[in-house]
Design a protein around this ligand. Structure first.
Ligand SMILES: NC(=O)c1ccc[n+]([C@@H]2O[C@H](COP(=O)([O-])OP(=O)(O)OC[C@H]3O[C@@H](n4cnc5c(N)ncnc54)[C@H](OP(=O)(O)O)[C@@H]3O)[C@@H](O)[C@H]2O)c1
Length: 330
């Protein structure tokens, strides 16, 4: 089928400046961790990419190991890019990462220059592009000098294989150090990608302040807690859900009675706001101006369209915020 992008695609989306950089990112970005590997149906997820682009989502987030099998999300996205979006490459911000296990032996994970540069070259081939827009160190490596990892990111940028450098999952103190090292090399750290949702608020005590001080953007991953903060699990575990899939990272053990109780109560609150739980969970993150973008996943174009509607109500009353905190702290 031939894809013709929606000509009104830039009318509804909000674009936020990423830290102190020149780069604007959509308030909602799409991640390809799950649902875009070879185990899924190509024509089905191709439609999700279309729905994203048609609604102003310009940012697509990948990593070397996304699949399964690892690497297949990048290959599949590369195929869609070639089939449907070639003439729109300059309208897209494509990111990839290296840090987790990708191949056997001592050079297939963590933060060495050896691994990061080899992995980026592999990613470019799978994606079928000359450069990615953002290249991330996917996790902090306590056994590699931070200078080496940051020098590898700086090298990728200076080589033109990445336009910007980013870090993901770095604790607050290491984020500060990484930002300083990169700044001194003349390659500012554009962005941090931490996990952040109503059910996981580890970024709040320190990290968000560090990002603001360093002039870095923040893109929150797993904002729906992998599907927990949606209507998916309100009435059990659906067969086609992430928690039911053998390769899903959400396990059934994570769906505890306490979590279910919170979800039910949050869902009631979302209804009072005329939102789905997913929409409220996304809006709740975007209320903080330090959040540049919320990085959602989606197993269908319908889910993504539902999440996109969060943007039409991002305001919370003091009472609503208090009620949410009470539920989350229970
Ligand atoms: N840097 C890192 O270390 C890291 C780690 C994890 C993720 N990420 C990035 O963050 C992205 C998003 O992560 P995630 O997939 O865990 O995000 P998420 O948005 O928290 O969860 C996505 C899942 O929620 C469900 N869902 C989404 N929208 C829905 C809606 N409107 N209504 C009902 N259910 C809905 C779907 O579950 P079902 O599949 O069950 O339908 C979907 O697969 C990843 O793709 C990746 O790019 C980065």
């Amino acid at each position: 089928m031939q894809y013709i992008p929606n000509i009104k695609r830039y009318q509804e989306m909000k674009y936020n400046r990423c830290g102190n950089s020149g780069l604007m990112l959509p308030a909602l970005s799409l991640g390809l961790w799950h649902n875009f590997g070879d185990v899924e149906i190509y024509e089905h997820f191709r439609e999700t990419i279309w729905a994203a682009f048609d609604n102003g989502i310009t940012h697509f987030d990948l990593a070397n190991n996304y699949g399964p099998p690892p690497g297949s999300a990048e290959s599949n996205f590369g195929k869609i890019l070639k089939q449907d979006l070639t003439s729109h490459r300059d309208e897209l911000v494509i990111s990839t990462k290296a840090g987790y296990l990708m191949w056997d032996g001592p050079y297939g994970e963590w933060g060495s220059r050896k691994y990061l540069i080899a992995s980026l070259n592999q990613s470019l081939k799978r994606l079928g592009v000359d450069y990615v827009d953002i290249f991330y160190s996917h996790r902090y490596d306590p056994n590699t000098p931070l200078e080496e990892t940051m020098r590898a990111l700086d090298f990728a940028v200076k080589q033109g294989k990445a336009l910007y450098a980013g870090i993901s999952n770095y604790p607050a103190a290491e984020t500060k150090k990484a930002a300083e090292i990169l700044r001194n090399m003349g390659t500012p750290c554009l962005i941090h990608q931490p996990r952040y949702s109503m059910l996981d608020r580890w970024v709040e005590p320190e990290l968000l302040d560090v990002l603001e001080q360093e002039g870095m953007g923040c893109i929150a991953f797993s904002p729906l807690a992998q599907g927990l903060l949606t209507n998916r699990y309100l009435k059990g575990i659906p067969e086609d859900s992430r928690a039911a899939k053998p390769h899903g990272f959400l396990t059934q053990e994570q769906i505890t009675p306490n979590v279910l109780n919170k979800i039910q109560r949050l869902n009631r609150l979302a209804k009072l706001r005329n939102q789905s739980l997913a929409q409220m969970a996304i809006a709740w993150l975007l209320k903080d101006k330090r959040i540049t973008s919320v990085l959602v996943g989606a197993s269908s174009s319908e889910q993504l369209r539902n999440s996109l509607q969060s943007l039409s109500n991002l305001n919370f009353s003091e009472d609503e915020l208090k009620s949410i905190d009470i539920i989350l702290n229970d």
